[in-house]
Design a protein around this ligand. Structure first.
Ligand code: FAD
Length: 288
């Protein structure tokens, strides 16, 4: 376990998370910023952004570079790991990543939103064959057959890792670039539709064919949020927040796309600011 207890843990390094981290550091708080992929691959895909005040006609990638450089100049602790679970404790939150445990006094969720519809059967079989993390759950599928559905090239590493454990790994890339996976991994160019089984997963149905598998790993930029922090109140698929960006769990705040529409950069950075100021107020009350 990492020995430091951070004032603020921010999960997600998109516009919302970076905005929160910047102000957290300006206010001299210790900040851990968790980002498991490249910083907002989603925004980096934007060809041109022209609705952010004062920054006309900029590429999404250029904008993210500016956001990141500004935030980094205040030296938050960047932790390039995926937060898979957050547990509230006695005034302290424990954050689990596949290989490490961290602690923080407050948490800001800024994980973005699942941009695709969930598959039929995905929620039902979560933990019973459906997983969002190969490093966390791979060992359960040793010697078995699994499918990896991935919306980003990150999924290639997950598939490579699973190929060391599993009998058959089927890789279903849902992105444009040609995937580079280890030989032995079976590439399947098809659209996944639904996940089936009795008690546990038995089959992945795709548009053209079906695969008999024991596990289905789904790699997206953002996972459904209730998977990271069980018990948090939702408003449909997004996190229910108050005006100060507090959630139903004291000490946990949320910002950006994960709190709902409009899915826009200005809303994300604004909410990141409000969330971190509220976290700082919360810390101040605890210290009295
Ligand atoms: C093609 C495209 C064009 C767009 N154009 C515009 C535009 O012109 N103007 C505009 O205002 N908006 C635009 N948007 C929307 C904008 O990109 C989003 O509203 C904005 O990025 C939301 O910021 P966010 O920080 O809430 O989430 P995101 O940008 O999605 O960032 C979330 C981050 O959290 C990380 N993450 C997720 N889960 C975890 C975890 N468990 N552990 C660690 N890290 C995690 C992800 O890797 C990601 O980097 C566009 C979006 C797309 C896809």
């Amino acid at each position: 376990m990492s020995s430091e207890i951070f004032d603020i843990a921010i999960v997600g390094g998109g516009p919302a998370g970076l905005s929160a981290a910047l102000t957290g550091r300006i206010r001299n708080k210790s900040v851990a910023l968790f980002e498991h992929m490249d910083f907002s691959l989603k925004l980096q895909k934007a060809h041109i952004v022209d609705n952010y005040l004062g920054v006309p006609q900029i590429t999404g990638q250029g904008m993210m570079q500016q956001f990141l450089a500004h935030c980094m100049s205040y030296k938050p602790n960047i932790i390039k790991e995926k937060v898979v679970n957050i547990f509230p404790g006695d005034g302290i939150f424990t954050l689990l990543t596949p290989g490490e445990t961290y602690q923080a006094r407050t948490v800001i969720i800024a994980t973005g939103v699942v941009a695709t519809t969930l598959f039929r059967g995905e929620k039902e079989f979560l933990g019973r064959g459906v997983s969002y993390c190969a490093t966390c759950d791979g060992m359960m599928y040793k010697g078995k057959d699994v499918a990896v559905i991935s919306y980003t090239a990150e999924g290639e590493h997950e598939a490579d890792y699973l190929s060391e454990l599993c009998r058959n790994v089927y890789y279903l890339p849902q992105y444009k670039e040609a995937p580079a996976v280890r030989s032995g991994i079976k590439l399947v160019h098809d659209k996944p539709q639904s996940i089936h089984g009795d008690v546990v997963v038995e089959k992945l149905q795709m548009s053209k064919e079906e695969l008999n598998v024991h596990g289905v790993f789904i790699i997206r930029m953002s996972d459904p949020v209730e998977n990271i922090i069980p018990g948090i109140d939702l408003d449909g698929e997004v996190i229910k927040v108050n005006r100060d960006m507090s959630t139903s769990i004291p000490g946990v705040f949320a910002a950006g796309d994960c709190t709902g529409k409009p899915w826009q950069i200005a809303k994300a950075t604004g909410e990141g600011l409000v969330a971190v100021l509220s976290a700082i107020t919360y810390l101040g009350k605890k210290d009295k």
